[in-house]
Design a protein around this ligand. Structure first.
Ligand SMILES: [Zn+2]
Length: 348
């Protein structure tokens, strides 16, 4: 089905512009790990609806209107998840606060934002402890996805691979609720890896390779992962991955992984989007910008914001109008069935 004017769905947005009170509360919480007298109560954080509205209207929503995107799948700020800080109780309290703020934004701007949850992951803690927060976000908040951190250690990679049974409790819930996970790390506390320039892209590449080595989707044929930031190094090295799969006697990547893995368009220049759309089948590409995020400046070569990715998707010669509809809208409806249902309930 093609439409001349697709709905522009941005599947990758974070609340990077939350009122300063949130960061202050988090700093207090971190101080409280060493000094319990400093530990803040959840009720100490007070952010009014007007503050929330202002933080969105003057930032994400303003840019969405300028650039012509309609709806953002909106999750807590990724670098602030920092699952490596404190224990499960710290992560749990923090995740609940951050998810609630995204829920409130989705309530204030229901036509423009719908939530995706961060999970209260904590290094060495069984992922099944994340289930209550996940359930609340889906059932009570109407969230349509989760962000899953494959490395809650923050750059030390001491969790089992994503294909390990360790993660299965989360996958079972994802399948039950029919929600995808964006595989998304957080701040690197390993100085060898710059957070957004190395750790994020490494994690994207690593997640794909873990799935290639394993047979996860035999156990979960309907499980869906969105690998952000254009899939890290994957599209650029597609030949290497095809060759590795062949040597490992795995099926063709098309059959082995591409029913379950999708890449977003958070690639901040035209040649990158051209490569992505030339190499990766169109059914596996989802429009996203991750604005206002890692790269906030203007490209002097083009005079436009690096993260204005709609411009590159519109300009690439490798997509027909029908294929562009898939990237902007159709694929998101398929990968995020709860988003599709929410739109249909509103007559969209
Ligand atoms: Zn992100």
């Amino acid at each position: 089905m093609s439409q001349t004017q697709p709905l522009i769905i941005d599947c990758h947005g974070h609340y990077t512009t939350a009122p300063k009170a949130l960061e202050n509360w988090r700093n207090q919480q971190i101080a409280g790990i060493q000094d319990s007298a400093a530990k803040p109560k959840v009720a100490d954080l007070k952010i009014g609806d007007d503050e929330l509205r202002e933080s969105i209207e003057s930032n994400q929503l303003k840019l969405m209107k300028e650039r012509g995107s309609d709806l953002t799948i909106f999750s807590p700020r990724a670098s602030f998840m920092a699952h490596h800080i404190g224990d499960f109780e710290v992560s749990s309290t923090w995740a609940a606060i951050c998810n609630e703020l995204c829920f409130r934004v989705s309530q204030l701007f229901p036509d423009h934002f719908i939530g995706a949850a961060m999970l209260p992951q904590s290094p060495g803690v069984d992922p099944k402890t994340c289930i209550p927060e996940l359930e609340k976000c889906v059932k009570d908040y109407g969230f349509v996805a989760i962000n899953l951190n494959p490395d809650p250690s923050g750059g030390h990679w001491n969790s089992p691979a994503l294909t390990d049974r360790h993660w299965y409790p989360i996958y079972e819930k994802m399948v039950e609720y029919d929600i995808p996970a964006m595989v998304h790390v957080s701040t690197s506390c390993n100085p060898c890896f710059h957070t957004t320039g190395a750790h994020y892209l490494n994690a994207d590449t690593t997640a794909f390779m873990q799935c290639l080595q394993g047979d996860l989707f035999k156990d979960f044929p309907t499980l869906k992962f969105v690998i952000p930031h254009g899939g890290g190094a994957v599209p650029y090295h597609w030949g290497r991955f095809r060759g590795l799969a062949q040597e490992m006697k795995k099926p063709l990547l098309q059959d082995h992984l591409l029913n379950n893995i999708f890449f977003d368009t958070c690639v901040y220049h035209q040649p990158g989007i051209d490569l992505l759309t030339q190499v990766i089948p169109v059914d596996n590409i989802l429009f996203a910008s991750e604005m206002i995020g890692a790269v906030r400046g203007i490209d002097p070569e083009t005079g436009h914001y690096y993260d204005d990715t709609k411009r590159y998707v519109a300009a690439t010669p490798h997509l027909t109008p029908d294929e562009r509809y898939k990237v902007f809208e159709g694929n998101a409806r398929r990968v995020y069935p709860r988003l599709d249902a929410a739109l249909k309930a509103k007559g969209q």
